[in-house]
Design a protein around this ligand. Structure first.
Ligand code: HEC
Ligand code: HEC
Length: 297
């Protein structure tokens, strides 16, 4: 009987196709429809109307042609960008914007990395922050206002919850506001790997204090890394002034060790941590430089 089947090519093709289809249905479609195949992280929230508008602008402008949004589970990537991407992060991304080309850096962990003001300066003129950047400027996005009606239909299409109030507030917002709101929500459902615990260094005086060599090195580092946020001469900008004697909102100045710790560990309010980019001597030399500009005042 089975031997006969091999002699009838058309019947054989039909039976074979049937068997393969059943196999496909069982191994592919059934799992696709089960809940476990669609994980959702506990912290993941649907996009707000403003964030969704930003996501749509990201897609419209083709940011994903230069930026990926997925960190692979490789040591080098995790060291550079942070926690690797999880399947449960993308449940509300329709479509997801993983991208496949990194002309610019991955953005999967951009949320909360910089203050809003930083993004504004960077979108206005990327070269003001990184002189060699080939990223185009997007400041013109601030000339277009959002349209609440259009947002309503997009929220509905995605089945995301929204309120009339929330939509009404959109009409004062620009496309640039939306894009920045979107930047700040990317990847925040995943907990950040905790920064190395403060090394209890806060009482130690600066071993390089007032050394001319250290001040010189600090100045070079400062211009390269810090000036974009703290101003060319420490006068402040996106971040606070470093040339005054105020420290993190206190009127009293910080100790050398406190300055060091802020540079090492960063803060929740937008100062990035430098523990993994700069060694101790470099961080102390930055403290020496900051003290030297405070002395000039
Ligand atoms: C031609 C390629 C290109 C395009 C298009 C582009 N970028 Fe970039 N982007 C870069 C490069 C290169 C950098 C790194 C230098 C810099 O920060 O300017 C960068 C950096 C960034 C950063 C900072 C990342 C970090 O971790 O420091 C953000 C945020 C960003 N881009 C967002 C966007 C958004 C949003 C769009 C679309 C509106 C966009 N980019 C379009 C090339 C591009
Ligand atoms: C992305 C922008 C950004 C960059 C780059 C940056 N900072 Fe900051 N910095 C901030 C912000 C924002 C604060 C305020 C943090 C807060 O209030 O918690 C801050 C606070 C500080 C403080 C606390 C001082 C005070 O007077 O309150 C010091 C010191 C400091 N930064 C030093 C540096 C040094 C040194 C560098 C370069 C290695 C640097 N920062 C790079 C944004 C930045």
């Amino acid at each position: 009987m089975a031997g006969d089947l091999y002699k009838k090519p058309i019947l054989f093709a039909i039976v074979a196709a049937g068997v393969i289809l059943v196999g496909t249905a069982v191994t592919m479609f059934i799992p696709m429809l089960t809940e476990e195949m669609h994980p959702k992280l506990a912290n993941l929230k649907p996009y707000t109307a403003l964030q969704l508008a930003g996501k749509d602008i990201y897609q419209r402008e083709g940011c994903n042609n230069c930026h990926t949004q997925t960190v692979r589970p490789l040591k080098t990537e995790v060291m550079r960008y942070g926690e690797y991407s999880k399947a449960g992060e993308f449940a509300y991304d329709r479509p997801f914007l993983w991208g496949s080309k990194r002309t610019g850096p991955d953005l999967a962990r951009i949320g909360g990395k910089y203050p809003d003001k930083w993004h504004e300066v960077h979108f206005d003129n990327p070269q003001a922050i990184f002189a060699q950047s080939n990223m185009p400027a997007y400041g013109w996005l601030r000339d277009s206002k959002l349209d609440p009606n259009e947002s309503a239909s997009r929220m509905k299409a995605n089945d995301f919850p929204y309120t009339a109030d929330e939509l009404a507030r959109l009409k004062d917002k620009t496309e640039l506001d939306a894009l920045i709101a979107y930047m700040q929500v990317i990847g925040i459902a995943v907990k950040k790997t905790p920064e190395p615990a403060s090394s209890g260094i806060t009482d130690i005086p600066n071993p390089l204090a007032a050394k001319p060599e250290a001040i010189k090195q600090g100045l070079l580092l400062y211009k390269e890394i810090c000036a974009a946020c703290h101003g060319d001469n420490g006068e402040g900008g996106i971040g606070p002034s470093l040339s005054d004697r105020k420290f993190l909102g206190r009127t009293a100045d910080g100790s050398d060790g406190e300055y060091f710790t802020v540079i090492q560990n960063g803060t929740q309010a937008g100062m990035p941590p430098y523990a993994s980019n700069l060694d101790k001597n470099k961080m102390w030399s930055l403290v020496s430089y900051i003290r030297s500009i405070q002395g000039n005042k």
